[in-house]
Design a protein around this ligand. Sequence first.
Ligand code: NAD
Ligand code: UDP
Length: 349
Amino acid sequence: MKVLVTGGAGFIGSHLCERLISEGHEVVCLDNFFTGRRDNIRHLLDCARFELLRHDVCEPLLLEVDQIYNLACPASPVHYQYNPIKTVKSNVMGTLNMLVLARRVGARILQASTSEVYGEPYVHPQHEGYWGNVNPIGLRSCYDEGKRVAETLMMDYHRQNKVDTRIARIFNTYGPRMAESDGRVVSNFIVQALRGQPLTLYGDGSQTRSFCYVDDLVEGLIRLMHADGLHDPVNLGNPGEFSIRQLAEAIAGLCHAELLIQYHPLPQDDPTQRCPDIARAGELLGWQPTVALRDGLERTVPYFSERLKRCSAHHAKHNGRLVPAGDIPFVERRRAYSEAAHWTDRHRS
Ligand code: NAD
Ligand code: UDP
């Protein structure tokens, strides 16, 4: 099959591309390199069945494909809040463009949604029937509400236009190829512990998350894509629930670092608890995670250790200048991501 993976040069996308290539498919990896990197897919570039396309999902696209995995969207709060209007556009216009494509070429499409659609949940663990409790005007809304609209678009395109849709509600996922400057908790803590720096704990660390190793997640995405007639959302995540303080302790231990903590205020609307109910995925996909947090972290730490060695050489070469997470040079990135602000200014005047 010919498969399009948008956001394919990012963390999850690159693992998905690799898996699809290993299964013999033709893969088109589409990315605008906001947070994605060539390094993540460099090992696939020589494969004749792999094609890299620099494109922004906010622009229309016409391509003959059989399946579309729509992952294009920054996932770390630091990055999705960098240009929130662009984040909304990536989720709404990006998903719309991919649905138009799916309809036109008759492709099946899977949307990477998120546990963030549950917001600050009153139901615990979160099952797919729960409608969530999301602040529509806060700092996280560009992502949370953007993903909620993306889900709405998927369901309406299915009901109205019979597009063959799938929705994966992904819970916190981690593993090799997260960017060292990604800003999410697992990568931050590992990088800080390896550098002998204090771990930055937001709030008192009692908030919880459930962490899924990336290989498990990719298996779930592929099973969902192949499940027939499953248009309703499906949670994909590891139900093992840990406080952020417990995560800090585990990572410090694995990195053989003394546990030093630097406290920061809890960001606005940071959910206090998060845990997936994965009964639907178990029943309909026969899926459940197989990698425990400790094992997954053991596989992730060596990756960051290696990256940091390479980064310190890079850092020295660039005289310590800030190196952005993705591959777009910083100035170009600012230009690309200020586009939405210019649009607003023009229309205001
Ligand atoms: P990531 O930031 O590593 O990857 C996102 C990729 O999308 C990057 O390669 C980025 O350059 C690309 N991208 C962003 N905007 C784009 C645009 N407008 N056009 C084209 N490409 C664009 O993040 P990730 O963790 O790999 O997340 C992948 C997807 O999974 C996202 O949709 C995210 O919302 C979803 N998700 C991830 C998690 C998680 O814990 N990792 C949890 C829930 C949902
Ligand atoms: N967090 C933290 N220190 C960090 C980064 C994050 O304590 O350096 C916390 C954050 O406040 C949140 C949890 O860890 O409660 C998970 O944050 P992340 O950004 O990884 O994902 P999300 O909030 O989107 O679940």
